[in-house]
Design a protein around this ligand. Structure first.
Ligand code: ADP
Ligand code: MG
Length: 699
């Protein structure tokens, strides 16, 4: 009698345990973030094919994808523009062509008239009727009945060197491991989370999703509403959220300078020609509290265009300066950074604080000088573009990093910036400001590693910008309107955007528009700014506009963010139909900053697409940045809006932050419980869903 073999079950096995996985395949798999068999099981299908039944040829429509079977009626080589092989097959209900552009002689010989063939592919309309280009096919012997697939066929993300078929084979083995408990998937999410009793186990979900039975509603699988997917979606959101929370906890283990005196910032606020809005005060207080703790502040401020974020940034900077540290303020464009520099220098001169300016376009000698001031600590506040964070810039003692208008950043960038300011064992505080607000639930998931504040109030006296949508054909009316405004001593922006993405063409268009307008309106002072002008020229034009020497500023989208000229009260945007909502909102935010009523004219060319019509309609109907952001998310999805698609962290496999928003509050709740009580589960859940990125310690 032999002892019963007790097989040990495991939750991770290296992929090399699978038959056919040698070093090369292992390498390919690693490129897909698959190192263990468990990783493979979490490599989830992009979509499905139905190969479970043979479709009658007569029932096919263009766009259908499926298995057909029939007798070859004819195979011939054709020359129509290029050489190709064409076979006609028929099953009695209809006929269809198979078209091959690449083929061998033996292939041609095999596709012999009278033979029985089974194919799979996508049906499309061809020159002579329906056809399938390059189908997968197999010849059948008359008598043999080859079974069709028993389950829907998943289609996986693949990589070079590892194709669908190979991956499918490996997946079969992995699923067998799971089915026979050679590999186990621990239930890491507490069962009571799912308050319904019919919620499947993780094992059931995984088995199902890789091999759904033939009668499964594919639509439901794809849109995530299938219960088997719901189980996974919840867990993936949880993993995502936990990984960000863990990042936050790790950050909190670091030290940061204690900044606990606010004399200087009080003095600054006293000297401002206005008093802070209560929203500004509230956020300033949050910041002051953060920076006293001795751990790095990681705060995100969302505040609509014109809500006065700059003042708050300066308050944060002064908290550092007061204790003898440096603060850096980074803006995404040269124009905005330069404008910040001017404002901030002006404000801080009165307090005897040294403000430095650093951009990529400084002359070598000036740059050397500035760098010397930065490294010596003479420069107390440094304003600039991303040039601030180039390798050769060395700070003396940076305690505060402020990133303005950075609505497109990912976790990795945040981490890189943090590293830049590291002093021995201390990290600088970080303040990130954005005018692209996102709904609370979403920001909770996307920015769970940050503390979020909202400036939800505009300075008093602001009036909404009245917005009209006008076709290009009424350009003359628009020009007259501009003229009238200039006569009334109002200032006007004319924004040229171009159909082509080329900056050169955009700048040319602006130059041309400026000269055409000048001809039409000889009594108006017209200025021009675009991205290909020298910094000094740009700055000169901006200053002249600010000082009222220019009535009409023709500009490209370089003025998109941050530019602040309160007397400007009319904006014309050309080709508005080409711009996204957040860009339009940013642009329009340049007017409506003073106390007079402002207007924005959105000009469009040609027929509007449905989507463009919706966008322009939204702009006409509301000035509320949150509402606009919500619509933008609806139209484009969070990957685009947050610009985080490439950063890896928001790369979700089955979940969709927008679609699955309703789950987020519950996800956060469960995460908090796990973080407090079950550190080991937290680790395992993150590893299961985030794979390599986590193991290599990036997140
Ligand atoms: P944003 O949040 O878009 O960066 P800014 O910081 O550029 O806004 O501020 C917009 C304008 O409002 C500036 O001219 C600024 O001086 C002014 N401002 C800021 N705070 C107040 C306030 N509390 N009261 C009145 N005006 C303010
Ligand atoms: Mg700003």
């Amino acid at each position: 009698m032999s002892e019963p073999v007790i097989q040990q079950t495991q939750s991770t096995l290296p992929v090399a345990e699978l038959k056919g996985v040698g070093p090369r395949t292992a390498e390919h798999l690693a490129r897909l973030n698959i190192v263990t068999v468990q990783d493979l099981l979490f490599h989830l299908p992009l979509r499905y094919q139905d190969r479970t039944r043979v479709l009658p040829i007569g029932s096919l429509r263009p766009g259908d994808e499926g298995v057909i079977e029939g007798i070859i009626e004819l195979t011939e080589i054709k020359f129509a523009r290029r050489r190709m092989l064409l076979s006609r097959i028929s099953d009695g209900t209809g006929a269809i062509y198979l078209r091959f552009f690449h083929f061998s002689n033996s292939q041609k010989a095999n596709l012999q008239r009278g033979k029985r063939i089974r194919c799979f592919g996508e049906v499309r309309r061809g020159g002579v009727g329906l056809e399938i280009a390059h189908p997968e096919y197999q010849l059948l012997n008359d008598d043999a009945t080859v079974p069709v697939s028993e389950t829907l066929t998943p289609v996986y993300p693949v990589t070079e060197g590892l194709h669908q078929r190979g991956l499918l084979g490996l997946m079969h083995q992995a699923l067998e491991f799971l089915r026979t408990d050679k590999l186990t998937l621990d239930e890491l999410v507490p069962a009571e989370v799912f308050n319904k009793s019919d919620v499947p186990t993780l094992k059931e979900s995984i088995l199902f999703i890789h091999q759904p039975p033939p009668d499964t509603d594919i639509e439901k699988l794809i849109n995530g509403s299938h219960i088997m997917y719901q189980r996974l979606i919840f867990e993936e959101l949880l993993a995502h959220y936990l990984s960000l929370r863990r990042l936050r906890t790790q950050m909190h283990r670091h030290k940061a300078p204690v900044l606990n005196s606010d004399e200087l910032s009080r003095l600054y606020v006293q000297k401002l020609p206005f008093s802070l809005t209560s929203a500004q005060s509230k956020v300033a207080e949050q910041i002051k509290k953060d920076v006293q703790q001795g751990i790095p502040m990681q705060r995100l401020i969302q505040g609509d265009v014109g809500s006065g974020k700059t003042v708050v940034a300066v308050i944060a900077a002064l908290m550092a300066v007061e204790q003898g540290y440096q603060a850096a303020i980074m803006a995404p464009t040269e124009i905005l950074a330069e404008q910040h520099f001017r404002n901030i220098e002006h404000w801080l001169q009165a307090l005897n604080i040294n403000v430095a300016w650093l951009s990529g376009k400084l002359k070598a000698a000036v740059r050397r000088n500035t760098m010397a001031e930065i490294v010596s600590g003479k420069a107390q506040v440094i304003v600039g573009t991303h040039a601030l964070f180039q390798d050769d810039v060395e700070f003396n003692n940076l305690a505060m990093v402020i990133i303005d208008e950075q609505h497109r950043f990912g976790v990795h960038q945040r981490l890189a910036l943090r590293e830049k300011g590291k002093m021995k064992d201390q990290f600088p505080h970080q303040l990130i400001m954005t005018a692209t607000p996102i709904p609370r639930t979403l920001s909770m998931a996307a920015y769970a590693d940050l503390d979020c504040s909202v400036i939800d109030e505009l300075p008093p006296g602001r009036k909404p910008v009245e917005t009209v949508v006008i076709p290009e054909s009424r350009r003359n009316d628009v020009v007259q309107r501009v003229h009238q405004a200039c006569i009334e001593h109002k200032q006007v922006y004319w924004v040229c955007t171009l159909i082509e993405e080329s900056e050169v063409l955009q700048c040319q268009a602006a130059e041309e528009t400026a000269s055409v307008l000048q001809e039409a309106l000889p009594d108006v002072h017209i200025g021009l700014v675009h991205g290909r002008m020298k910094s000094e020229q740009k700055e000169k034009a901006m200053q002249a506009f600010k000082q009222g020497e220019i009535d009409l500023l023709v500009a490209t989208t370089v003025i998109e963010v941050g530019v602040d000229v309160p007397n400007a009260s009319l904006m014309i945007i050309e080709n508005a139909e080409r711009l996204g909502l957040s860009q339009l909102h940013q642009l329009r935010g340049r007017v409506g900053r003073g106390d007079q009523a402002s207007a924005c004219v959105l000009m469009y060319r040609g027929n509007l697409s449905d989507n463009a019509r919706i966008r322009l309609g939204v702009m006409r109907d509301t000035n509320d940045g949150f509402e606009i952001a919500r619509k933008d998310l609806e139209l484009r999805g969070p990957g685009e809006v947050l610009g985080t698609r490439q950063t890896g962290l928001l790369q979700l496999k089955v979940a969709d932050l927008q679609r699955d928003q309703a789950l987020l509050p519950r996800v956060a709740e469960v995460a908090d419980v796990l973080l407090n009580k079950q550190a080991s589960s937290v680790k395992a859940i993150i590893a299961r869903w985030k794979g390599e990125a986590v193991r290599y310690g990036q997140v």
